[in-house]
Design a protein around this ligand. Sequence first.
Ligand code: GLY
Length: 295
Amino acid sequence: MPIGLVIHGGAGDVKADERAARLEAVRAAAQAAWTPLQQGRSALDAVELAVRSMESNPLLNAGYGGALNRDGVVELDAMIMDGRTAHIGAVAAVHRIEHPVALARHIMEHTPHHLLVGDGAERFAAEQGFALVDPVDLIAPRRRQLPTVAQDTSGDTVGAVALDSQGNVAVAVSTGGIDGKLPGRVGDSPIAGAGGYAENDLGAASATGVGEGIMRSLLTFRAVQALQDSGSAQAAAQQALDIFVRRFDGVGGLILIDRQGGIGIVHNTPFMPVAYVVGEQIVAQIAGQGMVGHP
Ligand code: GLY
């Protein structure tokens, strides 16, 4: 059985002096997930491990270092979806959770619900033994220097998709959303079919970009369904992105993996840091910057 992994660190613009560090961030996330996947761990474990790694990186818009809302608070959304069961766990508008993706998985596995938000999500987390952090501790120093007025609207969410040795696919997504967003605004990331989607018969996809357009277009559902009649994962991803851009004025990108381990990576932003595996080798690239193709 083939296994596979693709990770992105968010579609948007990447400042020249941050490119090396963003490449390192996606490479480290891929490394955190790839070895366990090779050792037989599940796709679900792999995508959670990858996203946890990115949530800890202050350069990326997820977990510690997430974007600030209009009140100057980091407000986080995340989701995970298991292609084997088609179950979902998601969390939105939380301020005190260091790893929202872990809480999303806990919601999926330990409640009859799919999405918990805000105060209720945090109360559930505390009851279940998650540490609640001081919201100030989620603000990375670089974020304090940025104005909190819709300064960067790229929604550079992070995400991962994987295929494991049992033929199961999964997706995980995590984000701080959009800089300067209204408190309480929730984007695509915790919404199944928008920010992420996984279905074992077809594949799994993770989206990044401006959430409102991704929600309207159901970008990842569209990409996964396109695997039914596209010649390749890359063609399916491109087909979904084309509709997203043309019909929904979309800005962003997505990664896709199919049942055979074929991958698609597309975006219409200047850059999107990605990492994926070819053979045994992790390849990390800033997609858009001299990218020469992938399987
Ligand atoms: N794609 C992240 C967001 O718009 O919230």
